[in-house]
Design a protein around this ligand. Structure first.
Ligand code: C2E
Ligand code: CA
Ligand code: CA
Ligand code: CA
Length: 279
């Protein structure tokens, strides 16, 4: 029995080591991933519900690991945040999204707004506003065509510095949206003080929109509230026609989700834009 206990312990310990080793390996690989060209962006269309036109797209990171294949952002973004790698990676995402959007405008697409996810670490960097300004200058993108997505719980952390940074970004002409709204530690009064352009209603509320009365009540209240505050409402994770109809009926401004399109590599996004039909 004693021996067995020892074995269990050994097994447990080696599992622990495996896991931290695995993490360490992933971290080492992530450090090299950018140079190796394994990191890319996919773009998921955002549709204006009133017109049915593509309003813009969210840039989403993709990592194609040499041996593991696709590693999901849910796995490597937290790692990138813990190790600080999110700063160089995030800066690249910002640059590449702006560059790509400007290229599409130059090639005759209607002007689109690209939405870029910004992590806490990035947003709270001292030179962040200047970095955004320089990126816009370098790429020649119209500031109106850039939207920065910040997550609600992040936003709540240091309220006064958040308000200041958002004000400076607004002065640049950049748009701001609050991501995953409803899942963080929300204080509704901050919404007014933050003065954002768009509120992204988290997909967890959209999922059971047409089957769960409470979710439906929350979503309609969020749409009404954002309109009263002069903020646009965007629903994420729209997968069904029934959800779309519900959102249309309650005046949701924009939608994003698999119903219209999954996130696409740049070339496929382009093809979609050329061949698409209205919703
Ligand atoms: P998010 O910002 O909430 O992005 C939306 C996620 O929902 C994306 O997952 C997208 O692929 C997925 N999605 C879109 N439509 C649907 C739908 O109809 N149904 C379902 N079930 N899912 C849908 P993805 O690409 O795996 O990204 C996961 C998260 O990783 C993002 O959540 C975001 O928090 C983070 N992330 C991705 N790219 C970046 C980045 O460049 N920087 C930072 N800081 N975070 C990023
Ligand atoms: Ca987002
Ligand atoms: Ca989101
Ligand atoms: Ca999310």
């Amino acid at each position: 029995a004693k021996e067995q206990g020892g074995n269990t312990y050994q097994l447990y310990r080696s599992e622990m080591n495996m896991r931290s080793l695995e993490r360490l390996n992933l971290e080492i690989d992530l450090r090299k991933a950018m140079d190796r060209g394994e990191i890319s962006l996919h773009y998921q269309p955002i549709v204006d519900l009133a017109t049915g036109d593509v309003y813009g797209m969210e840039a989403l990171l993709r990592w194609k690991h040499a041996t593991r294949g696709m590693v999901s952002p849910g796995e490597f973004i937290p790692l990138a945040e813990e190790t600080g790698l999110i700063v160089p990676i995030g800066n690249w995402v910002l640059y590449e999204s702006c560059r790509q959007n400007r290229e599409w405008t130059d090639r005759g697409f209607p002007p689109l707004v690209v939405a870029v996810n910004i992590s806490v670490n990035q947003f709270q960097q001292p030179g962040f506003v200047q970095l955004v300004q320089e990126t816009l200058e370098r790429t020649g993108l119209d500031p109106k065509q850039l939207c920065l997505e910040i997550t609600e719980n992040v936003a709540m952390r240091n309220v006064n510095s958040m308000i200041e940074t958002i004000a400076k970004l607004r002065e640049l002409g950049v748009q701001i949206s609050i991501d995953d709204f409803g899942t963080g530690y929300s204080s509704l009064s901050y919404l007014k003080r933050f003065r954002v352009h768009t509120l992204k209603i988290d997909q967890s509320f959209i999922k059971e929109l047409t089957t769960d009365e409470e979710n439906a009540a929350i979503v309609t209240a969020l749409i009404a509230m954002s309109h009263q505050l002069n903020i646009k409402a965007l629903a994420e994770g729209v997968e069904t026609k029934a959800q779309l109809e519900f959102l249309r009926r309650f005046g949701c401004d924009e939608i994003q989700g698999y119903l219209f399109s999954t996130p696409l590599p740049a070339d496929e996004f382009e093809r979609m834009m050329r061949t698409r039909r209205n919703l």
